[in-house]
Write a protein that binds this ligand. Structure first.
Ligand code: GOI
Length: 536
């Protein structure tokens, strides 16, 4: 129940705190004839628990998401669950065929840890789990599609959560063992590896907050412990791959970080500092230790958490510290910067205390809002359409982390379903236009782009309400029929022509206006949904 009060509070906060945006032109760049460079690659992304189903088939045990939803069905907006999802465990051949239809070069999918290691530990490797991913990989290779594997996309074995999950320092070894099983079985054909998808969601929202599994709510403490172990686990997997597998098989390995763009709320030096502080203490929390020249947590984060911890009478800082050897061990452990990007926020400094005490939010002391006037109409209320934010973020990462090769591992738009998805067509056109400008005009070092997602899937707390797919999935049909949406045709044409359609207009945002036929009648009710649940 507590969680819904929190969500309601956030919703109200977001509605009340709307800033006065003087951002009049959202476009990511003028009309141009820019094309994607020859070596630039395109792909589509998914994640195991969001598509596979078969939650307890062939030896798989519960993940933390299965467990959270089985024990607390109210967690999900439509009280649905990922037990069957898009049934990709049985329909993987059709999935590979869809990737082939789109004409993209790479398919990014994740592997389910509890499907491979039912106890969480490497004492018992599930042969049917290995077989499933071998079959999928072979199917992709048959079509000449390169597989990219996300090793961890949020579905920790519940058996490991029972002993502390990411707050247990031994998870570094457990994760390395798991990664080792994957490398040993799949590195001959998998040429791209992502150690972690969006670690900030895992730690900040899952351990600090209640928005992701395991919804621990141990704010101010657990998000820092989780991050500390997770970064060591990442580095450990990188070194294992680099030393034991890369010499034989080749391949690249990196991490996928989620980041919004941060725009100063007002054009003042104070708000500019707030926006920079947001980037340093959010994406930088994970990126600085791995991608910066000096390594370690960002100096601002260390200073703020140390200071607050002292004021709050803790014996030691709530932020654990890396030894100098650990800083070196973690620094430089990635061949590329995976970026998941969807939207933009405006930042200002907080006047007094913000957030729960203690918490990462309270430690940092900044306020994040979006403007009601920003184009959206998405089923995901946080997803405002701000293409220039994408462009500015790519430039910031390129500069901040020394021209690291960036792969956009996720970008996409959610609606309430339908194959004539004008808003998604418009979103992809605008964001790809911004990307073209980032490459050609800003010298941003982007080498690849993945659309989220190949198909409609289980969108976490949004269940099957929010649809991100290029393919529509009929979840009511017994064989989970997949149908290409208009956006699938748009994406396929971009991939084959390596540029935007001739009739694309960078100033046209009408697909997101109230006049659009995609406007759902339920939208105004959505912020009240958590209240409904309190009453029911
Ligand atoms: C990826 O995450 C992910 O990798 C995929 O698996 C996923 O399917 C895909 O993207 C699409 O989502 C607590 C209104 C804090 C405003 C609770 C309502 C903040 C803001 C709940 C509701 C949520 C994308 C912002 C990762 C969106 C940031 C997803 C991370 C902000 C909240 C809210 C809340 C809200 N998330 N994004 N937010």
């Amino acid at each position: 129940m507590k969680m819904y009060k929190y969500l309601t509070f956030i919703t109200v906060l977001v509605l009340v705190c709307n800033g006065s945006a003087d951002i009049l032109n959202f476009s990511g760049g003028d009309k141009s004839n820019y094309t994607f460079p020859k070596e630039f690659f395109f792909g589509v992304s998914t994640a195991a628990i969001q598509i596979e189903g078969a939650w307890n088939e062939d030896g798989k045990t519960e993940s933390i998401w299965d467990h959270l939803i089985h024990t607390n069905p109210d967690f999900v907006r439509d009280r649905s669950n990922p037990d069957v999802a898009a049934d990709s465990y049985h329909l993987y051949k059709r999935d590979a065929e869809m990737v082939h239809e789109l004409g993209v070069d790479i398919y990014r999918f994740s592997i389910s840890w509890p499907r491979i290691l039912p106890t969480g530990l490497a004492n018992e490797v599930n042969p049917l789990g290995i077989l499933y991913y071998k079959n999928l990989i072979n199917e992709l290779v048959k079509y000449n599609i390169t597989p990219m594997v996300t090793i961890y996309h949020w579905d920790l074995p519940q058996k490991l959560q029972d002993i502390g999950g990411w707050t247990n320092a031994h998870i570094v070894d457990y994760y390395t063992d798991y990664a080792n099983v994957l490398f040993a079985n799949f590195a001959d054909k998998v040429k791209y590896w992502v150690t972690f998808n969006e670690p900030m969601q895992t730690c900040l929202e899952g351990y600090g907050g209640t928005y992701r599994a395991p919804a621990l709510d141990r704010h101010g403490i657990a998000e820092y412990l989780c991050t500390h172990n997770l970064l060591k686990a990442h580095a450990s997997a990188y070194h294992l791959f680099d030393q034991q597998y890369r010499p034989t098989y080749g391949g690249k390995i990196g991490m996928s970080l989620d980041s919004n763009w941060a725009e100063p709320k007002a054009n003042t030096s104070k708000d500019k500092a707030a926006a920079e502080l947001y980037l340093q203490t959010h994406v930088g929390w994970y990126a600085h230790p791995v991608y910066s020249a000096e390594g370690n947590y960002p100096p601002d984060l260390i200073r703020l958490v140390d200071e607050k911890s002292r004021q709050q009478n803790y014996t030691r800082s709530r932020l654990p510290k890396f030894s100098p050897e650990e800083v070196v061990y973690i620094r430089g452990t990635a061949d590329f910067f995976g970026l998941n990007h969807y939207t933009t926020y405006m930042l200002s400094m907080a006047d007094g205390e913000v957030g729960k005490i203690p918490s990462h939010e309270n430690d940092i002391g900044i306020v994040r809002v979006q403007d009601a006037s920003w184009p959206s109409m998405s089923s995901s209320s946080w997803l405002k359409v701000v293409p220039f934010g994408f462009r500015r973020l790519l430039r910031w990462i390129t500069k901040e982390y020394n021209n690291v090769p960036i792969i956009v591992t996720e970008n996409g738009y959610a609606d309430f379903s339908g194959v004539h998805d004008d808003a998604r067509v418009s979103y992809y056109s605008h964001y790809l236009n911004a990307l073209l400008h980032a490459i050609h005009e800003d010298n941003s070092s982007v080498i690849g782009y993945f659309a989220w997602s190949l198909m409609d899937n289980f969108e976490w707390d949004d269940g099957y309400v929010s649809r991100f797919g290029l393919y529509l999935v009929d979840f009511k049909s017994p064989n989970k029929t997949r149908t290409a949406k208009d956006s699938a045709r748009l994406y396929a044409s971009v991939v084959s022509s390596r540029g935007l359609p001739a009739d694309y207009d960078p100033e046209d945002f009408t697909a997101f206006s109230a006049a659009s036929k995609l406007v759902p009648t339920v939208l105004p009710v959505l912020p009240l949904l958590p209240l409904y649940r309190l009453i029911l």
